[in-house]
Design a protein around this ligand. Sequence first.
Ligand code: ADP
Ligand code: MG
Length: 387
Amino acid sequence: MEGRRALVRVDFNVPVRDGVVTDDTRIRAALPTIRRLKDLGSRVVILSHLGRPSGGGPELNYSLRPVSRTLETLLGSPVTFIEDPVQADAIRTTRQMPRGAVALVENTRFQPGEETNDAATAERFAALGDFFVNDAFGSAHRAHASTEGVAHLLKPAVAGLLMERELEYLGGVLAHPDRPFVAVLGGVKISGKIEVIRNLLPLVDHVLVGGAMAATFFRAKGAGTGASLVEEDRVELAAELLARAADKIVLPDGAVVAEALDRSDARREVAWDALPDGWAMYDIDRPTCERFAAIITGAKTVVWNGPMGVFETPPFDEGTAAIARAMADATAAGAVTVVGGGDSVAAIAELGLADRVSHVSTGGGASLEFLEGRVLPGVAALDRRVA
Ligand code: ADP
Ligand code: MG
């Protein structure tokens, strides 16, 4: 690898406010791979996306420039910023970098061909490196030019250290889970996650359902759900899952409801089938916290994705906090525990419990798809063996 250009796809999709990175967790997560390549004398050329720009060219709000500054600080060495990977001097820059130097390429999603996995776009990215390292587990479930396309063009195409850790952990959970194996699912991305429940059911002993998703299940059981978030077109699937696996699916007994998020002063705990008209469910109720916690602490393998309530707005954070504490307790008792999902990871980090679970996954959607047993295109495109 010495002297060769390592094209490294990372996940620097971090929050940026007023041109400043407000959470550098994902940048720090990629440092071991970057440092290893630097130490080996590679010229390190980094690719990442940030947010969801329109794909029609540069947009200031989604520039990786602030990330470049944070990366410089964390590495303690300069980072060359490559504004336009399509320009001929971008290739020259990567060739003229000293060994061990680092360059960061502007947001891959500024290229119209990134998300369509356009071949010419992949070739342009590939021209910036001599071999490929994919350390972006969080983007591996998407076949984009910088994750999948480029892996076919540069050899070897290998996993970075972060990717390796994710695959070992999640793969281990799947290959031989100690039982009971419990999945805890919540959050708001109902349509995606209800599919996950369907696919996880054969693998797990219990699925605990919280968050906004629970209301869709309450509706499937015939209850009124007031002003709670419900995905109408998933009610039928929820009913089907309940009919098929009522013994495995554990729903909340009740909910913390309020007329609005800012009316927590007048919040109430009600049974799942007694949500008042016009009121919305913002958290799981206390008996549910206890029941879920008991199932989690009795488990040997737990995967958790999605907060139990609107944890950003206390006091609706109590259900999520109870689950996080139960995860830590289960870990202390010897269980393998994995947390995934941007908001769930933020919640457990905020509670200071992130280092008391076995593994905090950097990929929300990717970790779920992996656990479901789906092939992640960004992983599948990597070499099986490197000569
Ligand atoms: P993750 O990022 O962990 O995968 P999601 O993105 O699916 O999780 O969901 C996180 C969001 O879900 C949080 O912003 C939280 O406020 C919201 N949420 C959780 N429960 C509810 C609820 N009952 N009603 C509305 N929003 C909820
Ligand atoms: Mg989220």
